[in-house]
Design a protein around this ligand. Sequence first.
Ligand code: NDP
Ligand code: MG
Length: 382
Amino acid sequence: MTKYLSILGSTGSIGRQTLEVVEQMEQIRVVALTAGTNVERMAEQCRKFRPELAVMATEDAARQLENELCGENIRVLFGMDGLIAAAAYEKADTVVTAVVGMVGLRPTLAAIQKKKRIALANKETLVCAGELVMQAAREYGAEIIPVDSEHSAIFQCLMGCGDRREVRRLLLTCSGGPFYGKTPAELQGVTKADALRHPNWKMGHKITIDCATLMNKGLEVIEAMRLYDLPLSQVEVLIHRQSIIHSLVEFRDGAVMAQLGVPDMRVPIRLALTYPYRAENPAAPLDLLTCGALTFDQPDETAFPCLTLAKQAAELGGNVCAAMNGANEVAVAKYLADEIGFYDVPRLVRQAMESVPFVKTPDLNEILEADRLARAAVERFA
Ligand code: NDP
Ligand code: MG
């Protein structure tokens, strides 16, 4: 049966890899694509994949795209309304959420309300408003299939597990990032260029910095809690430098399930599109005879306080995760712009978290407000 895809963030790392998977499969058609401001790449994708709708973040970029696509039968929209239109696009049955940041929240909710399958890469959405998103998915009967490699691994380990009470804990593996083993003193002066050199994965800049600070793993702990409805005490982080074991589930009877594979995001992307089936992957599979030794270690939360901050936000709940995430997005943008140092990121996140008034059971507006206040706080404290 043909599948109809809308890809939010098609010009990014996950978006482009999704299109590579689409090219390898016959029965997928792309109906909507969205991007930020990269007009050139979007125009290229439009000519190749012929969506019915293309969306840019700004009006200016949308006008440029229209000029590029002059004469083609592709509707062009822009801004949040455009993003929501792509998420809720009538013909799409599956929406890949591959935009970066909290900007993905409202489109994700819009797609859920239209009962689309969500192939979810945009973890910030679940971090900010996981309870609302999961509640809406249950209410509308929309499937959420994780694309994040760790969460896809857990999803696969849980196939056939009928009762969540059988799960003792989730073990989220973490490569440790480019700065594994470094002391706080050594980390003081690390540059953006050092941080962007991830050992195992090639990804967008924001998530690559999150991997260097270990905030990515903190966000993933919260993502796992929301996806699998488990408390913080049942989600643990395990350093595994090789990124071969993508995560594990320990069950009540002591059995431990793991999912292994070469580090390649196209594997979880493909599964999120084809589930409950598995499609042929043309790439070479994992070779256990040559992949080397698999090692494990504990994360160093003294050197990487972002992980601790995310766990604190998870423990406090309410609107704190949204505040933490919003603060981190701004702090990372500042680090990428060479405006602040490595340890300013956790400092600013902590200060912003402390400055946003606590709301125990926030609605969508209160979540958006916590995000806004946290962003403003980072600007103040930077
Ligand atoms: P990229 O930065 O590579 O891509 C982001 C995409 O979002 C681009 O298409 C970009 O457009 C678009 N975009 C950026 N800002 C806006 C905005 N304000 N409005 C609308 N669109 C916007 O990110 P990644 O692909 O690396 O990551 C995407 C998401 O997936 C993140 O949440 C990340 O945490 C998650 N993820 C990524 C993994 C990876 O391997 N990359 C692994 C697991 C999860 P443009 O190109 O025009 O700027
Ligand atoms: Mg991940």
